[in-house]
Ligand binder design. Structure first.
Ligand code: GRF
Length: 196
């Protein structure tokens, strides 16, 4: 349309990919002028890869050599090279469970985003909604932030709040947070694009 190239995104995830789906939806209905060029996962059978295939998007498994949480540097180097060759503008982590380090960070400075299911800087790390519940937080939410070498520590781009209800379980709270994630991530990507 109009000859202006839309932004080229890569999405990395380890699980169901509902946030990736929200990005596909936002592109399809015109809220986000971008193209998902490739979806990558560290789990061969992750549903995020299936969603990509269903959308006709290139889907690739990254073999991390049997390490559960480590993201081997040589895998990151190969990934950085691949994403540069694909002229990726922005990398979106969407439920990706490994820490990104220098090879990717240096190849894509201020061009990697993550979505986290808590109001950072509170409750970084795994099962943030359970952490919020256990801490007796009255409000929970989600955050989209730029990725740095820490765990969920980069500069915050956008946040959305959700209430914690008295009878919440980890599952009900996470589900309420995810509704907001799916609105927030496409909006935050749009914001990040405008700042590139
Ligand atoms: C989301 O809650 C996200 O905030 C967290 O991991 C979950 C991924 O969910 N980082 P999905 O795979 O996008 O459904």
């Amino acid at each position: 349309m109009g000859g202006v190239m839309s932004l080229r995104l890569a999405v990395l995830g380890s699980g169901s990919g509902s946030n990736c789906q929200s990005i596909f939806n936002a592109i399809a209905d015109g809220r986000l002028d971008a193209e998902v060029v490739i979806v990558l996962s560290d789990h061969e059978d992750a549903y995020i890869l299936e969603r990509a295939r269903q959308h006709g998007v290139r889907a690739e498994y990254m073999d991390c050599g049997g390490f559960k949480n480590k993201f081997p540097l040589e895998v990151q180097e190969a990934l950085a090279k691949k994403l540069q060759e694909l002229h990726i503008d922005l990398i979106c982590l969407a439920g990706f469970m490994r820490l990104v380090k220098a090879p990717l960070l240096e190849a894509f400075p201020r061009r990697i985003l993550n979505i986290h299911p808590a109001l950072l800087p509170a409750f970084p790390g795994v099962e943030a909604w359970t952490q919020a519940l256990n801490a007796g937080a009255k409000q929970a939410g989600c955050t989209v932030h730029y990725v740095d070498a820490g765990m969920d520590t980069g500069e915050i781009l956008m946040q959305a709040y959700v209430p914690v209800l008295p009878d919440d379980t980890p599952q009900t709270l996470h589900a309420r947070i995810q509704v907001q994630e799916h609105i927030l991530y496409p909006a935050a990507i749009l914001s990040a694009i405008s700042r590139l």
